[in-house]
Design a protein around this ligand. Structure first.
Ligand code: ACO
Length: 164
């Protein structure tokens, strides 16, 4: 059964299931230069379904966010070892941007990683991706590091993080 987490007008925000993965891959191919194997999508869904969220309008997928959890050094506390949620990828199709869907996806994934008792939530984003950086800043994420040549094409990433 599909549990709707929230509605934004005609857009349903809900947890993803296995039958959503093909559409998620299609949105990823259309919107981002970083792509993943089928197995990777399946493993993220199996590992952290609470934070694999999709947005759907009239039965059509228009956005997704998918995440994982990790243990590692804190992005806030010196020498702290913490449990972290990690946003692997988020995207909203172009025709439905600036309607609050990205914000809702991030908020629901925050709820999801909190259920797994994560202390922090972090992500990497291209330094040139000002739309996404603004979204994350609006959600309370702060730039904690600049990662030199993080992407295959040589672009730097910002590591942005929030304490939960
Ligand atoms: N210009 C300025 N501010 C923006 C923009 C923009 N184009 N887009 C988002 N924002 C900021 C604003 O503060 C906005 O609030 P406001 O509309 O009240 O001013 C806030 O973010 C929330 O915007 P949403 O409407 O919720 O965001 P949207 O649904 O448009 O999704 C997203 C944002 C996901 C970044 C979208 O632009 C997208 O899919 N881009 C292409 C894929 C991408 O770059 N993904 C992120 C890669 S990094 C990673 O995956 C970890």
């Amino acid at each position: 059964m599909q549990v709707i987490l929230r509605q934004l007008g005609d857009c349903n925000i809900r947890r993803a299931g296995p039958s959503d993965l093909i559409s998620v891959m299609e949105i990823n191919l259309k919107t981002l230069p970083e792509h993943y194997s089928d197995y990777f999508y399946e493993s993220l869904l199996a590992e952290l379904p609470e934070a694999f969220i999709i947005a759907e309008i009239g039965g059509k997928h228009v956005g997704y966010i998918m995440c994982k959890t990790e243990f590692g050094f804190s992005n806030f506390k010196k020498l702290g070892f913490v449990k972290k949620g990690h946003v692997v990828s988020i995207a909203v199709v172009e025709e439905h941007r600036r309607k609050g869907i990205g914000k809702a996806l991030v908020e629901e994934s925050v709820n999801g990683v909190k259920l797994r008792k994560c202390d922090e939530f972090y992500l990497e984003v291209r330094c040139s991706n000002t739309d996404a950086v603004r979204l994350y800043e609006k959600m309370g994420f702060a730039i904690r590091q600049q990662l030199n040549a993080y992407y295959r094409d040589g672009e730097d990433a910002y590591l942005m993080a929030i304490e939960l």
